[in-house]
Design a protein around this ligand. Structure first.
Ligand code: PGA
Length: 258
C-alpha cells in the first residue's frame, strides 16, 4: 500500500525542438483527466524539456497540473558563466523543479557531489524543487560497493541541507548500468537500494523526514515494466528517459503508478 503520492517525471534529455515539446505537452494534457489518484489526490507528473523548449512547454501546460522542470542549472544567481542558466531564469521560464546530478552530467560533464550540493542549495534558496540523482556504475555494483557509493553520493549531495529543505527534495535512484541500456534493475534490486537510502536519511535526519521523502527509480522504465516496479511500496515514482518521449508510453507509465 502506497503512502507517498507517486511522481512520474519525464527527462527528455537533448531531444526534440519547441514544436515537438508543444506537441508532446498537448498530448499529455489531453490524457491527464484519466490519470490515477491516491487518497483523492492525482499523481504528480512533471516534464523536463531542453532549456530552449521551456517557453513552448510552459505555454502548452499552463492550464494543467503537469509540472515543468529543467534538466540542469548553475548555482550562481548571475554572472560571467558562458553557456549556463540560473535558478531565477528557470523560475521565470515557468519551472518549479530541476534535475540535478544526473549520471550523464556526472559522467560526461564532470559533475561532482560537491557541485551537485551547491546547485541543490541554490535551487532551494531560489524556490525550485530539485530531483537529486544518485546511482552506482556496473563496476561498482559488481565489486560490492553499491551501498558505499550510494551513501557517499547521498552524504555529499545533501550536505548541509536541513530537514525543512529535504521536504522539498526528491531523490532518484538511477543505477548507471540501467540508463538507456534497456537493462532495468529488478524490483528487488531497486527496492533494496531504496530501503538503504531511506534508512540512511532516517539515521542522518529523522523518521518523519525519511518517511516523507520521495525516492524515484530511473533506468529503462517502460510501460511494460512500470507496474511491477511501482507496485513496490519503497518506489515512489519514476524518472523516465526514452519512454517519456512517447505520449502513449509515458501515459501508460503514469496509469501504472498507483
Ligand atoms: P532511460 O533514462 O529511461 O532512457 O533509461 C532514464 C534517465 O536517464 O533518467
Amino acid at each position: 500500500m502506497k503512502t507517498r503520492l507517486p511522481l512520474i517525471a519525464g527527462n527528455w534529455k537533448m531531444n526534440g525542438d519547441s514544436a515537438r515539446a508543444r506537441e508532446l505537452c498537448n498530448a499529455l494534457v489531453s490524457r491527464s483527466p484519466h490519470w490515477p489518484t491516491l487518497n483523492g489526490q492525482k499523481v504528480d507528473v512533471a516534464v523536463f524539456p531542453p532549456f530552449v523548449s521551456l517557453p513552448a512547454a510552459h505555454e502548452a501546460l499552463k492550464d494543467s497540473d503537469i509540472v515543468l522542470g529543467a534538466q540542469n542549472m548553475h548555482e550562481a544567481v548571475s554572472g560571467a558563466y558562458t553557456g549556463e542558466v540560473s535558478a531565477a531564469m528557470l523560475l521565470t521560464a515557468g519551472c518549479q523543479m530541476v534535475i540535478l546530478g544526473h549520471s550523464e552530467r556526472r559522467q560526461l560533464f564532470g559533475e561532482t557531489d560537491l557541485g551537485v550540493n551547491r546547485k541543490a542549495q541554490a535551487a532551494l534558496a531560489a524556490g525550485l524543487k530539485p530531483i537529486i540523482c544518485i546511482g552506482e556504475t556496473l563496476a561498482e555494483r559488481e565489486s560490492g560497493q553499491t551501498n558505499a557509493v550510494i551513501e557517499g553520493q547521498l552524504r555529499g549531495s545533501l550536505a548541509g541541507l536541513t530537514k525543512e529543505q529535504l521536504q522539498k527534495v526528491t531523490i532518484a535512484y538511477e543505477p548507471v548500468w540501467a540508463i538507456g541500456t534497456g537493462r532495468v534493475a529488478t524490483v528487488e534490486q531497486a527496492g533494496e537500494v531504496h530501503r538503504f537510502m531511506r534508512g540512511w536519511i532516517e539515521s542522518r535526519f529523522d523518521t518523519d523526514t525519511a518517511n516523507g521523502i520521495r525516492i524515484l527509480y530511473g533506468g529503462s522504465v517502460k510501460a511494460d515494466n512500470a507496474r511491477s516496479l511501482l507496485a513496490n511500496p519503497d518506489i515512489d515514482g519514476a524518472l523516465v528517459g526514452g519512454a517519456s518521449l512517447n505520449a502513449d508510453e509515458f501515459d501508460a507509465i503514469i496509469r501504472a503508478s498507483v
